[in-house]
Design a protein around this ligand. Sequence first.
Ligand code: ZN
Ligand code: ZN
Length: 391
Amino acid sequence: MPIVNRIAEFHKEITAWRHDLHQHPELQYDVFRTAKTVEDKLKAFGCDEVVPGIGRTGVVGVIKGNKPGGSGHAKVIGLRADMDALPIEEANDLPYKSTVPGKMHACGHDGHTAMLLGAAKYLAETRNFAGTAIVIFQPAEEGGGGGREMVNDGMMDRFGVEEVYGMHNYPGIPLGQFAIRNGPIMAAADRITIEIEGKGAHAARPHASVDTILVASQMINQIQTIVSRNVDPLESSVVSICMFQAGTTDNVIPQTAVLRGTARSLKPEIQDLVEGRLHQIVEGTAKLYGATAKLTYKRDYPVTRNHPDQMAFAASVAKEIAGEDKVDTNVAPVMGAEDFSFMLNARPGAFIFAGNGDSAGLHHPKYNFNDDLIPIGSSYWVRLVEKALAA
Ligand SMILES: [Zn+2]
Ligand SMILES: [Zn+2]
């Protein structure tokens, strides 16, 4: 596997950075220590410009190549990593285990940040390209929309980013392999909140109540017919109700109930269908039982959609690193979501999965980023820059 030699020399150092980040997980936009670590390192590497505070706590580094001309397909490309952790208690027994109770890097963003830092160190040292590499470290990937905030902060125009690339580790894909696809690779994720108002009563007087627990239960059952009966079986969609809040004790029929959940889709027409059916079911079911209900349907992360030229380019770089037969270029899309989608809606680019080997799944308390992925991921980043911005 042609790992970049100089990156291989950095492997131990990058691993130490990763372990330090792993010990100090931070959530959402409160990635103050992580962002400061990134900022300090980028400055120490000699980046031409280091700008903190983009999209609240995001950090951007600018590295200019020292080759003249430019026969590559771009002049400025962005590489993006995410910095935030999750509110999960770590169940691993590691020498560098999380030191913060109830927080851990269970999605491998410690590894993503470390790999991009490693690439930045190499790129700032060698500058063997014509053009500019922009390294992007975003906060709040885990539901907070940090990628959206950085785009809304004018990052793409300010740094002249022409194309943007992202990478996520992937448990279950063997180490040393990559997976990518053209078009949608991850789903749109929308948030569902349903507030139901009935009529509270003594538990022994159900006839005097409008039972919100019964109404909400019927709603959940009806909602589960959307994907099974309304969506074309050859299309993809998920509707999950994940929170049901009602009642405080065993002898009172509660006046109100709240349901919350998520809807996922890969196409706008399916998204429209799901939202429309949810409104009909929520309003119709409430009416049937004499309750009232309000659905709030919030379109959140859009579909992560790879652009054909940049996807083909990313796949060619991955093949160079991993080998021709180690890159799946038609992987099935997943119904998880990514806020890198906001960057892909702003600029053409591609998002790739890198095998984390046989680890626990993402967001599991026993998940851990695979340190052997570091030289592979960092090499992918530096070759992406050297090829896209070839002299
Ligand atoms: Zn995650
Ligand atoms: Zn993640």
